[in-house]
Design a protein around this ligand. Structure first.
Ligand code: NAD
Length: 508
């Protein structure tokens, strides 16, 4: 690392830990050893993005978005009320005929252009996401932003090939789509939702999470830069009330939601009986199963990535480790040692492994469940790392002696907390893995291919990773069973959710 870079990281560390109080309308500088310096602005205030432009909310209200690494506000964002949502849906409805009349080839060009601009502005997006979300820059730079661009590239590829995707049927757009997303992968979730919708010829109103709206609003700038016709994508910022107004709007043809199971159930009731398509991507409590014949050191790395990636704010996080009894002690020893080496701190430092917990509310939830784990008799192991004095932080944590009945084995913690259970036989592993109301993901570490197939066939989880974990690709469908939701995002299955299929014969 060069002297200059060290200095700039120190400066970033100083601001990220709050020793320089942030002013609204700050110009940011981020410097990396290999890629040069980036400057970008965070405005004092952001309005709603409706019909191709930024407009003041009719509500007249704004709320602050916070940098979780400091607890300080970054800027203010408009709060959309029902009238604002109505205006955005009207814009999407008005834009629909023009957008769906475009050929697949024309739509593909817009998507390619958006993907390329995202790549060009990748560092700005990575920094902004890190500031607004608290996740480490190494993750936003290497995972969130490249994957978001990949989703636009991938779906650009489908836009003019929908006929091939559904042979013998006629794919037509669903119509106006209302989308609501969570805070843990703000830009990536927006890309997951918007790219297939546009490829399918639909128009969109999307509501980002209230605690991480900034990259969606910057994506609006990308849409302007790409010349996307006005009204094709609209962003309404606000809290759950804005989301409620959106999913209940009578002019929607489909609702796509990613978030908690509790809100997913509320939305399911809200759209019931209205003839509105619905896809739900909800919570999870994944089993990460390690057999005695696994490559143990690789499995330790996989388990660490499975639970500590993105501070554990991952719906498919491997939050329940099921380790075969014969290797339990060895595995836990190695895990505890590895946890000590996780670098927790300034998310803008590219050597940081784990950043800030996203919000005070999420930190309180993690603390409550960890206290419940101790009360219920599990054994707590925590990294001795030093945590910054300001902002929201939690050390990498593991519980052993966990019983299936404990809250930490049943409830989604959505933080850097691993619950370790044991099993003796593959049958017991399957039984314990499936003993949950969720069914989003699972992981298997073993040397035996036949065992992987045997387990994958029996695990009630939408995604099963083998000798790896938390791997994502635009071509690979993602979604859950049971209380983890229904519908898929990504791949051919994901595209299916954004078209309706017609059958018909022509005269002659
Ligand atoms: P959340 O359900 O509280 O909020 C998600 C979004 O819904 C936010 O934008 C919020 O403002 C909005 N919202 C809240 N109440 C609403 C209502 N009644 N009607 C409409 N919208 C409403 O979830 P969160 O805390 O932001 O995110 C964490 C949850 O998301 C976790 O449970 C996690 O597992 C889940 N998640 C799932 C996936 C997946 O793909 N399955 C991906 C990421 C996160």
């Amino acid at each position: 690392m060069s002297k200059e870079t060290e200095k700039s990281n120190d400066a970033a560390a100083a601001s990220a830990t709050g020793s320089h109080a942030l002013q609204f309308g700050t110009a940011w500088q981020y410097e990396s050893a290999t890629e040069g310096t980036d400057h970008f602005e965070i405005a004092e205030r952001y309005d709603l993005f409706v019909d191709g432009e930024f407009v003041a909310p009719q509500s007249g209200e704004y709320f602050a978005t916070i940098n979780p690494a400091t607890g300080e506000p970054l800027c203010e964002v408009a709060s959309a009320n029902a009238a604002d949502v109505d205006r955005a849906v009207a814009a999407a409805k008005a834009a629909l005929p023009g957008w769906k009349r475009k050929s697949g080839d024309e739509r593909a060009r817009y998507l390619f252009r958006i993907a390329r601009i995202l790549q060009e502005r990748a560092r700005e997006f990575a920094c902004l996401e890190t500031l607004d979300n608290g996740k480490p820059i190494a993750e936003t730079r290497d995972v969130d932003v490249p994957l978001a661009a990949q989703h636009f590239f991938y779906h650009a590829g489908w836009a003019d090939k929908l006929d091939l995707l559904f042979p013998g049927r006629v794919p037509v757009p669903v119509g106006v789509i209302g989308q609501v997303i969570p805070w843990n992968f703000p830009l990536l979730m927006a890309a997951w939702k918007i790219a297939p919708a546009l490829a399918g010829g639909n128009t969109v109103v999307l509501k980002p999470a209230e605690t991480s709206p900034l990259t969606a609003l910057r994506l609006a700038e990308v849409f302007q830069q790409a010349g996307l016709p006005a009204g094709v994508v609209n962003f309404v910022t606000g809290d759950g009330a804005t989301g409620q107004a959106l999913v209940r709007h009578p002019d929607l043809d489909k609702v796509a939601f990613t978030g908690s199971t509790e809100v997913g159930k509320d939305i399911q009731q809200a759209v019931a009986g209205r003839g509105v398509d619905l896809t739900l991507e909800l919570g999870g409590k994944a089993a990460h199963i390690v057999f005695e014949d696994a490559a143990i050191d690789q499995a330790v790395e996989g388990v660490v990535r499975g639970i500590f990636f993105n501070q554990g704010h991952v719906c498919c996080a491997g939050s329940r480790l099921l380790v075969q009894e014969s290797v339990h002690d060895l595995f836990v020893r190695k895990l505890a040692r590895r946890m000590e080496r996780i670098r927790v701190g300034n998310p803008l430092d590219k050597n940081t492994d784990m950043g800030a917990i996203h919000s005070a509310a999420q930190l309180a939830r993690i603390e409550e469940l960890v206290a419940a784990g101790v009360d219920e008799g599990a054994t707590l192991h925590q990294s001795s790392c030093e945590l910054p004095g300001q902002g929201f932080w939690f050390a990498p944590t593991m519980f052993t002696n966990v019983a299936l009945s404990h809250r930490i084995a049943r409830e989604e913690i959505f933080g850097p907390v691993l619950s370790v259970l044991t099993f003796r036989t593959p049958e017991e592993a399957v039984e314990k893995a499936n003993n949950t109301s969720y069914g989003l993901s699972a992981g298997i570490w073993t040397d035996k291919g036949a065992r992987i197939l045997w387990l994958a066939d029996r695990l009630r989880a939408g995604v099963v990773w083998n000798n790896t974990f938390n791997r994502f690709d635009a071509a690979s469908p993602f979604g859950g069973f049971k209380e983890s939701g229904f519908g898929r995002e990504g791949g051919r299955a994901g595209m299916r959710a954004y078209v309706r299929l017609q059958d018909g014969l022509s005269a002659g």
